[in-house]
Ligand binder design. Sequence first.
Ligand SMILES: Cc1ncc(COP(=O)(O)O)c(C=O)c1O
Length: 413
Amino acid sequence: MSELGALREQFEEKKKLGLSLNIQRGQPSDEDFDLSAGLLTCVGPDDVTSPSGVALRNYPGGVAGLKEARAMFGALLGATGNETIVGNNSSLAMLSNTLKWALIRGLAGSDGPWAAGPRKMIVTIPGYDRHFTLLEALGFEIVAVSMTSDGPDLDAIEGLVASDAQIRGVVFVPTYSNPTGDTISHANVDRLARMKTETPDFTIFADDAYVVHHLTDTPPRATSLLAACRSAGNPNRAIVYGSTSKITFSGAGIGFLSTSEENVKLISSYLSKEFIGPNKIEQHRHVKFLSAYPGGIEGLMRDHAKILRPKFEAVERVLDRELGGTGLATWTKPTGGYFVSLDTAKPVVERVVELANEAGVSLTPAGASYPFGKDPSNANLRIAPSRPPLAEVEQAMEIVALCVKLASAEYGE
Ligand SMILES: Cc1ncc(COP(=O)(O)O)c(C=O)c1O
């Protein structure tokens, strides 16, 4: 039997299993959520005032959030409480909000609203689809540069920003990037902070969603974009975002940002026109729960890693066993974050996703990690092993590997 025939036969056998597996969603598992079960009971009728004396049930307290929450989550992003705004349940909403105000009014150092003229934003590819759809919806022309193992391609970025005043900034994930798992190097942080830009208010929107999401016991030393920008004489250049969505409960926690104190004042003044203040009870209970957790946030993240690490190991094990040495694909081996990024040698990922669906495995749609959902090489697949139980990850990956082999054989030489 031909190789293609044998692969088809194996595929038909797998289909008969009638599986229903999903490695599409970058979400924590129920086991991860269970670690934060105490969040649901850690506050009670006596929690009416924050340790700093703010009445939790009433409006006063300001738009920048509770003092204790600003200190805790600022530290997570390498910033002080005064350099931090703690908001409601989504960092993505905070990023979107900053961008909208930049469009309507401008940011620190702006010569006017960004919406007054054409505007462009640099993104990294492969990247996070929600960044692309947000920027597209807000009318930015997207300029894509490659994500490298050292972070965004700085040679490309320096060339772009030195000559194009329409480029207002860059949006990327600095730590354990979605989907490649790459982390920006110290050298590239420094270059981003120092580079000469044509526009005076060039802004680094760093979405640090995975800043504490280590899979190893020896995480890389974090580099503070904020400190680098400050020492480069561009203190307002960076705004770093984070949230508890993959620390405690997804979409039911708190988002936050850190930036210069000047930016905090400006963004707070914008926010104060929108609402009286964020949900302080949510902030209070997060601080209370996370302070009491053994080892604090780090301790909780170590417990998440115990759940997540075997799943990432299973992905690597199956890919190594089934595709290692075949030349059909390469894949990342992240030391943190939520994803593995696989690139096929042939332009077959749409077919891989289609075949996997046929065999009962839901995969992230082909092209999802590229602007407009279009991967010009039809080669990149985002694998999200966090949500299903370990045994399902292993089973799903066997099918993914088989589909890569089959789609590649179908494509031919
Ligand atoms: C890079 C990145 N940023 C932001 C988010 C969403 O964060 P939030 O729930 O705080 O809006 C995600 C979720 O997958 C993500 O991968």
